[in-house]
Design a protein around this ligand. Sequence first.
Ligand SMILES: C[S@@+](CC[C@H](N)C(=O)[O-])C[C@H]1O[C@@H](n2cnc3c(N)ncnc32)[C@H](O)[C@@H]1O
Length: 269
Amino acid sequence: MIDIKITDQEFQLFQRLIYKIAGISLSDAKKVLLVGRLTKRLRQYELTSFTSYYRMLASGEHPEEMQTMVDLLTTNETYFFREPHHFDYLRREIIEKRRSAATFRVWSAASSSGEEVYSIAMTLADALGDASWEVVGSDISTQVLSKAVAGHYSLARTEGIPLGFMREYCLKGVRSHAGTFLIAPELRRKTSFHHINLMHPVTDNIGEFEVIFLRNVMIYFDPETKTKVVHNLLPRLKSGGHLIIGHSETLNGITDRVVLVKPTIYRKP
Ligand SMILES: C[S@@+](CC[C@H](N)C(=O)[O-])C[C@H]1O[C@@H](n2cnc3c(N)ncnc32)[C@H](O)[C@@H]1O
């Protein structure tokens, strides 16, 4: 099979396209990654150059292929109880100190394949007992969203899930499902997933939230995009609610509509 090469000009076309659609800034170092991920799409359509693939996407005649390209160019790495101190903070400083008895609602705004949503759900189920709660997950990638909805993972991914939660909320697969586990239905019933591109104001009917997790996605955005994305989200955060970001991210110089509580945790006045 002959390798399909990409020129610098072709790479720039894709850099501009993914930036325009998803806000993702692909550095020049990502050229090999892009070729690796998109070559199979060119072969699928029997195209011999990245220019032809770009033209096909830009023609607007294959909207589903644009989604496939977005799915392939997003980085979806995630795991259960990533940055565990955020889940401790959620329990001790937010849930245990809350004064309202209203349904406690959390949004994981770049949820990837759902591990973050279910880590939040386990924390809420355990901390809130019989009180009402909901977790909403959303992502730009439809591929990861279908994994999230299924709530079915390899047992190799359980590292990080506290043992008690594993027993309480995870159903180990047997026979043909050996080596996997399913998130318990009582947790899945209180979660929902939506296809939301954070580059646009949120029009979905997802309501308002006490807490929004926006973790490990702003690393792919330039400062202008970070501001846009945060301002698209904030109308959905209740006043007094918390916005939690990833450990290598900051909102310093990005927005003054939230105040820093401690590194990576902000509050809407
Ligand atoms: C590295 S994962 C982070 C997952 C999870 N929040 C965590 O911290 O483990 C980043 C996710 O952001 C999503 N993403 C990238 N750009 C997006 C956009 N414009 N709108 C919504 N989601 C986006 C990607 O599809 C990917 O699943």
